[in-house]
Design a protein. Sequence first.
Length: 335
Amino acid sequence: MPRGKKDTITIADIAHKANVSTTTISRYLNGKYEYMSERSREKIAAIIKETGYRPNKMARGLKMQQSKIIGFVVADIANPFSAILAKGISDACRRQGYSMTLANTDEDPKLERSAIRSMMDQQVDGIIIHQSGENEAFFRELAQENAPIIFAERPLGEPPILDSFRTQDDEAIKKMLLYMKDKGYEKVGYFTRPIKHFDTRIRRSQAYHAYSREFFGQEPLEYILEPESADTLKVQLQSFMKEPGRKALLTGNGVATMQVLKGLKTLSISYPRDIGVGSFDDWDWMELADITAIHQPSYELGSACVKRLLERIKKPDLKPVLQELPCSLTIRNSL
């Protein structure tokens, strides 16, 4: 006898129709409703009724067990910030008897969604995400399901829709610009990678704009660094060097710092003789380059994310929080 339509429906089919993970469907079938909203429950129930799905009794009888695995979805693992963050997460997981699994998305929102669904299907206990910034609707749905997710450095929503940890960027920019002013600089240019929708870059840019006006009485001089465009950078640096007064530049992150230092070398501009240089991010190589830098606690940020995630796994109904970790200034000889 040929098999009917109802016999061929699987959990994956239900998950696809409901646009959720198979883990969410499994939790529904096992009565684990604490991870989902009433709306999601009603939607899943309607699809199950519509399709006539009948779960395998053995599968339905399985108990949901902790995997003791934490997922980390990172936007760009090549960025040293991400590597330091990953180490903080991995070490904190190990101390708590967990292991970490990692997925790199290359800032691709489609890959990001796929990685998160894959981790949920593998039934990781929770996920820490350094997000691309282009999946708001997707994350809002997960938030409705009380999914155990933490945002690292790039929160979403005010107040945040999911637990979020970041550094005190505004205060860090303020400290750096005040230090530059105290060192006698009269004009500061800000060199940043494309800001787009990235929360971190937006906040750092806004802080620069506000404090450059307050401390230096100048209109902001912000330069957007195009990836792999040495000619554009050359023009930008030459333009800034024509500004009157004693000048310093501040970069938006470590990648921008490297790009700017290459440009200065190409133009034979010496720091601090011809121009002062300050960096957001204090990576190991900056000690060799003698760069005064804002040190953000990336490793500690990873540890804090793990601590909160384990709390959320135990208590799914916790109200989402946004926590900021303070930065410090590493003084060297570039200013």
